[in-house]
Ligand binder design. Structure first.
Ligand code: BG6
Length: 469
């Protein structure tokens, strides 16, 4: 199967997991700069500040800040049409609430986007990818505070103007539904408080308003801009044909995934979200002007991450397994990765169809991939046939969705195309890339880059427009 010439093949990273250089050229501390390194099965935690003796892997990332030219050369060699990254908010506004931006931070992204364009690689930018300024967490309580909308808008206005004509594809918040799955990532840290859950819903509302305002502003500044949402897909299958299991799977998908895309694509709160808030008894500060702006800032496309699926059942004794941001019920028909994420290529075709049936707007698969503890040989070569197998099956299902089902998919950017720090565990050894980076979990390694077997494979995939898998 062959895709059209303008299909956006590429890869994805995020500033906080790749750039490193956490305190260089005026950059302020972000929330991820106080995320200690964890490991498999042990989640990362945020320390109150930077502490002696604690290892913070995001401080160095894969040193993209100093390797971006080499990395973009490698991406060009693979034939990338686009490259997804984020702009570290703290490079532009180190504390988040300043009036004027940090010029040195802006210059870095000028150089980065120029380097992409020189290589015929279209930048795809996530405005906020888990890397909010730490000061906004400490002084304002994160996204639970309405003031965050204005700070975010200052940031958006500066970057939309500065990179006008260079960046066309934007996404407002990475995995926006993580605000209720893992509210800490939106700076809502106080889990011990009674109103913690209500505050996370309030934070979600503020992000919806901020996202809509950003879409509106981005279109005003440059009508060529295509601005999308980005949601984490929790694909759930009923464990059995028992109606209760079917109902639960459907409810989980609606409440944890579709609610977030429904709001941003349609521009209003759907009936079932109003009912959830009502049932929980939350008193949210939702103003008439918020609802107006949400209507005016509907997204142009739906970007999403897809790694795995899980099952749903009312049987409380069912075995659980890990997944992206939240656990799920183990599906006996699926294999799992070493990190317990279930591998399900057909789930990608399924979710593409579910989104497209619902909205009929373009879709963008902005994250997909297999985290694996690669073992390079003495020449630093990695024979990652397991990764090739994973990606091959997923691309095939994507192609079926496009060519057989008629779903409009504009691009595919596998996650962590250059090995980087894992968001969930902070490990370097949970690698996703086509390019191996010499760095381990103890901070050893010189950040040298090496092409893996999948590098050559992906290059052929792109050159053949997805025909040669
Ligand atoms: C998504 C995030 O949750 O999945 C990325 O957008 C993250 O930032 C990716 O890295 C893979 O998750 P992990 O935990 O394996 O890094």
């Amino acid at each position: 199967m062959k895709l059209s010439k303008d299909f956006l093949w590429g890869g994805a990273i995020a500033a906080n997991q790749a750039e490193g250089a956490y305190n260089i050229d005026g950059k302020g501390l972000s929330l991820m700069d106080i995320a200690a390194g964890g490991k498999k099965g042990v989640s990362r935690h945020f320390t109150p500040g930077i502490q002696e003796g604690v290892y913070y892997p995001n401080h160095t990332g894969n040193d993209f800040y100093h390797h971006y030219l080499e990395d973009l050369d490698l991406c060009q060699e693979m034939g990338f049409k686009c490259f997804r990254t984020s702009i570290a908010w703290t490079r532009i506004f180190p504390n988040g609430d300043e009036e004027y931006p940090n010029e040195k931070g802006l210059e870095f992204y000028d150089r980065l986007f120029d380097a992409m364009l020189e290589r015929n690689i279209q930048p795809v930018v996530t405005i906020s990818h888990y890397e909010m300024p730490l000061h906004l967490v400490k002084a304002y309580g994160g996204w639970a505070n309405r003031k965050l909308i204005d700070f975010y808008m200052n940031f958006c206005e500066v970057i939309f103007n500065r990179y006008k004509g260079k960046v066309k594809y934007w996404m407002t918040f990475n995995e926006i539904n993580s605000v209720i799955l893992m509210p800490e990532i939106a700076g809502v840290l106080d889990r011990a408080r009674d109103d913690f859950e209500q505050r996370s819903y309030q934070a979600a509302h503020h992000q919806f308003v901020a996202s809509a305002k950003a879409v509106k502003l981005g279109h005003e500044i440059d009508p060529e801009n295509k601005i999308g949402c980005m949601v984490l897909t929790l694909v759930k299958y009923p464990m059995t044909a028992k109606p209760e299991d079917v109902e639960l799977a459907e409810q989980m998908m609606r409440e944890k995934t579709f609610a977030f895309s429904d709001i941003q694509v349609r521009g209003y709160y759907p009936h079932y979200v109003k009912k959830i808030v009502e049932r929980k008894g939350f008193k949210l500060d939702i103003r008439e002007e918020d609802l107006q702006v949400m209507k005016q800032g509907k997204v142009d496309f739906v970007g999403f991450s897809y790694y795995s699926s899980s099952a749903s059942t009312t049987d409380q004794s069912a075995e659980m397994t890990e997944g992206n941001v939240s656990k799920g019920v183990k599906n006996p028909y699926l294999a799992t990765s070493e990190w317990g994420w279930q591998i399900d290529a057909k789930g990608l075709r399924y979710i593409l169809n579910r989104f497209y049936e619902r909205y009929e707007v373009p879709l963008f698969i902005v994250e997909n991939g297999l985290g694996y503890n690669d073992q390079p040989d003495v020449q630093m070569h990695v024979e990652d046939d397991y990764r090739i197998a994973y990606l091959k099956e997923h691309i095939l299902e994507m192609e079926k969705a496009i060519l057989i089902d008629g779903v409009d998919v504009i691009g595919y950017t596998p996650w962590g195309c250059i090995d980087l720090v894992s968001a969930g565990t902070g490990e370097m050894k949970k690698r996703y890339g086509f390019v191996y980076v010499d760095r381990d979990d103890e901070g050893n390694g010189n950040f040298a880059r090496y092409r893996k077997k999948s590098f050559y494979w992906y290059k052929d995939v792109i050159a053949s427009q997805g025909e040669k898998l």
